[in-house]
Design a protein around this ligand. Structure first.
Ligand SMILES: Nc1nc2c(ncn2[C@@H]2O[C@H](COP(=O)(O)OP(=O)(O)OP(=O)(O)O)[C@@H](O)[C@H]2O)c(=O)[nH]1
Ligand SMILES: [Mg+2]
Length: 295
């Protein structure tokens, strides 16, 4: 059999997590329309009779403004070592700019084969994509190019086949039933964060983390208590909303997905707490699981 490790990297919001979910036909990594949604390296394991591929979804690489951003970039760079291939996802609807240059500079020493994926080709036109391809053919002349629509699972098999072609013979690293390296608590927190991010706007999504207070595994319905952490009192008000409507809506949506995940009835209790400037404090980054000791 063939097997290997493949890092999925790119700028924020280009569709890396959507691509991973599409490859696995399963929701492993949360997706929102806000940039910097993914904050950790998340493994998603693809299996068929002849191959096992351990994909690693990563935070979008960007110029960091806070310590959180530095940690996120570090995780993404960390995913690049010891991989058999790198999938570099580019938003085909965006013109080439300084953010792309920044990313290419950071990955210039990568030795593994690069699969350059132009995603969101449903949102672009032939002129734009031709121009982008010309630019990238100069910057990454050896990259293997595929055009996809991750959200519609278009051309995913073609990409997979190209990756499999270069993978070495090797053992299965995970049991076939295992589809991610993340435990249920991580997944529950991510579901809550996804629902909150989808509802919230402006600066609130970037200022938010989810803390798990308690899960009573013996209870039925399963009693989960979690806290949405923000950086300012004004954000706390926004998250709660008039008559608590917004937090209620976040809770209802999250509960449904958590029930689907755990196949159990859930009673989800959400709290909101202010932790000023937590994104710049090591102590908080550690508590919320954003410090890069290991991935
Ligand atoms: N139209 C269109 N939208 C897409 C496609 N793929 C992803 N999206 C949307 O793009 C947005 C970002 O998708 P994500 O998968 O969260 O992007 P990401 O690269 O993981 O983003 P970060 O985690 O923030 O780095 C979401 O609103 C997706 O629904 C696509 O092929 N076409
Ligand atoms: Mg993501």
């Amino acid at each position: 059999m063939k097997s290997g490790f493949v890092a999925i990297i790119g700028r924020p919001n280009v569709g890396k997590s959507t691509l991973l979910n599409s490859i696995l036909s399963k929701k492993v990594s949360i997706v929102t329309d806000k940039s910097q949604t993914t904050r950790n390296n998340i493994k998603g394991i693809y299996n068929n009779d002849e191959v096992q591929i351990v994909f690693v979804d990563t935070p979008g690489i960007h110029k960091p403004k806070q310590k959180l951003g530095e940690e996120m970039d570090k995780m993404a760079y960390g995913a690049l070592s010891d991989v058999d291939a790198v999938v570099l996802v580019v938003d085909a609807g965006q013109s080439y700019g300084p953010g792309d240059e920044f990313l290419l500079e950071k990955i210039k020493n990568v030795k593994a084969p690069i699969f350059l994926v132009f995603n969101k080709i449903d949102l672009t036109d032939i002129v734009k994509i031709t121009k982008l391809k010309e630019i990238y053919s100069e910057k990454l002349p050896d990259a293997i190019v595929t055009e996809i629509v991750a959200i519609k699972s278009f051309n995913i098999d073609e990409l997979l086949n190209k990756i499999i072609a270069i993978l070495p013979q090797g053992p299965a690293y995970y049991e076939v039933e295992t589809y991610t390296d993340k435990d249920e608590i991580f997944q529950i927190k991510e579901i809550i964060r996804e629902k909150a991010l989808r509802i919230l706007r402006d600066e609130v999504p970037h200022s938010m983390a989810v803390y798990m207070n308690d899960i009573d595994w013996e209870s039925n319905p399963l009693h989960i208590q979690a806290t949405l952490v923000v950086e300012k009192d004004s954000q706390k008000g926004i998250v709660i909303g008039a008559q608590g409507k917004r937090i209620k809506s976040i809770g209802t949506k999250a509960r449904k997905d958590i029930e689907d995940l755990l196949k159990k009835h859930v009673f989800l209790e959400l709290f909101v707490r202010v932790e000023e400037d937590w994104r710049n404090q090591d102590k908080h980054l550690k508590t919320f699981g954003y410090k890069t000791e290991k991935n």
